[in-house]
Design a protein around this ligand. Structure first.
Ligand code: HEM
Length: 438
């Protein structure tokens, strides 16, 4: 049977191409609002990429309640063979790039148990002094250098520094790690995949596909080899860093092989680094675009920073979508799904669902309750880094907004061309230097 076509009411949005995802947020939100009102989930066909076994396309899960259903019910909505890409990859490749995020239980649960040590309150407490020290240095540097690009000078720095700290990876590797994560997560953006064609809606040619694939494979294997080597060196070393802990058996006698640590690291730098970096950049963008909300935050920073972070994550979630694979016949939002069908949960849409959020298009830092799904919905894959991400954002924003109260976006941000990540590549910014204002 042939795959269904894009419904006529959505044709104007040209959903099948990458261009849709590079349009302004407000444009994409119009498409999602229509989807939520439709009687049945729309189907989006996929363009064929050379050398890949292409899936025909995917159904878009746009409603809040349906994102909850698909996230909770992992037996019916599986993360295997992949949850973090729309490309069809062999299972070994999706595990290599996604570790447990592309696995189901019991294997997923085993790895999650072992790595959960990294996110214990004790471990996070241990990181706190470091977080403050590093945030102070980032703002010191920005004052000394003057404002150029908020992403490179501020937003990108803390998340990567903290992940390296957590893993016990020397600072000298940070540039290489950052470059490689950009390549892996920016695989649809010509700036990172090296593709010559800038027509994002045309299927890539053979040469472009090979070039893109080479870059991703090289980036992944460089990261993987670095951490696998450190894992081997640290067996029995008794160190306090996460790599040592992961190769050391826990109370149940479980540990990760150096191979599994390599893949977990690729996931961690992608999941923990690019997401938090974009959340920080979106915060400055949204506070600049909504000066009233910014004033409200500055009136009572400690009382309102928690609400501000949640509202930024609801309004502009850094992760656009995760995929699930249907394991047996079922029904969701008016569609009879079959085994093998792909559904894609769109978090920005669920976060604007008018049946859950009053005035969903209003950016309101005092919104309460705010049950957004930017970290995924409750279920086995719910984000492990929520506390760490919020802590990083709080500490950095406190330092930034207290010392540079008029810091603001100063020009158009450059967005990443991606259906997966709501990324900002570069963002001009400005502030009055403390000396000049005194
Ligand atoms: C604002 C920042 C962040 C956002 C928006 C975010 C978002 C997400 C989302 C949507 C998922 C769910 C995937 C699914 O359901 O399939 C996820 C999973 C995950 N996140 Fe985050 N994340 C953030 C920060 C972090 C940080 C700082 C870390 C760690 C350093 C982290 C580690 C993980 C891991 C390990 C998973 C996989 C969990 C599993 O498969 O069981 N995240 N994240």
């Amino acid at each position: 049977m042939s795959a269904p076509a894009v419904p006529p009411e959505l044709r104007e949005f040209e959903l099948t191409g990458m261009t849709f995802w590079t349009k302004p947020e407000s444009f994409r939100m119009q498409a999602f609002a229509k989807m939520r009102q439709m009687a049945a989930m729309p189907f989006v066909p996929l363009v064929k990429i050379p050398f890949t076994k292409s899936a025909p396309g995917f159904y878009v899960v746009s409603r809040y309640a349906d994102v909850l259903t698909a996230s909770r019910n992992a037996e019916l909505f599986s993360s295997e063979p992949a949850s973090n890409t729309l490309m069809e990859m062999p299972l070994w490749a999706s595990r290599f790039y996604g570790s447990m995020i592309n696995m189901d239980d019991p294997e997923h649960a085993r790895i999650r148990r072992v790595v959960s040590r990294a996110f214990s309150p004790r471990m996070l407490e241990r990181l706190d002094d470091d977080l403050v020290r590093r945030a102070v240095r980032i703002v010191d540097d920005v004052i000394a250098e003057g404002p150029r690009d908020f992403v490179a000078q501020v937003a990108a720095r803390l998340p990567i520094e903290i992940i390296c700290d957590l893993m016990g990876i020397p600072d000298s590797y940070q540039d290489m790690i950052l470059r490689h994560t950009n390549t892996i997560l920016g695989y649809t953006d010509p700036e990172y995949n090296g593709m010559k064609s800038d027509d994002l809606d045309k299927p890539p040619g053979v040469a472009d596909t090979l070039r893109g694939a080479y870059r991703i494979v090289k980036a992944g294997s460089d990261l993987f080899r670095l951490v696998r080597r450190l894992g081997r060196e640290r067996v029995g070393s008794g160190g306090e860093d996460l790599i040592t802990k992961l190769v050391t058996p826990n109370a149940e006698g479980e540990s990760l092989t150096s191979q599994e640590i390599g893949s977990f690291f690729v996931l961690l730098v992608a999941a923990g680094n690019e997401t938090t970096r974009n959340a920080i950049a979106h915060t400055l963008r949204l506070l600049t675009e909504h000066p009233g909300q910014r004033a409200l935050l500055l009136e009572d920073f400690e009382g309102r920073i928690g609400g501000t972070i949640d509202e930024v994550l609801r309004y502009s979630p850094p992760v656009i979508q995760f995929r699930r694979n249907v394991t047996r016949d079922t029904e969701l939002h008016g569609v009879r799904l079959k085994k093998g069908d792909i559904v894609v949960m769109v978090y920005p849409s669920a976060n604007r669902d008018e049946t859950v959020f009053t005035d969903p298009d209003v950016f309101d830092i005092t919104r309460s309750p705010n049950p957004h799904v930017a970290f995924g919905a409750p279920g086995p894959h719910y984000c492990m880094g929520t506390h760490l991400a919020k802590r990083e954002m709080t500490v950095l924003l406190r330092e930034l907004l207290t010392r540079l109260p008029d810091v603001r976006m100063d020009g158009e941000p450059e967005f990443l061309a991606s259906y997966f990540l709501n990324g900002i590549k570069r963002m001009p910014f400005a502030f009055t230097t403390p000396d000049a204002s005194s």
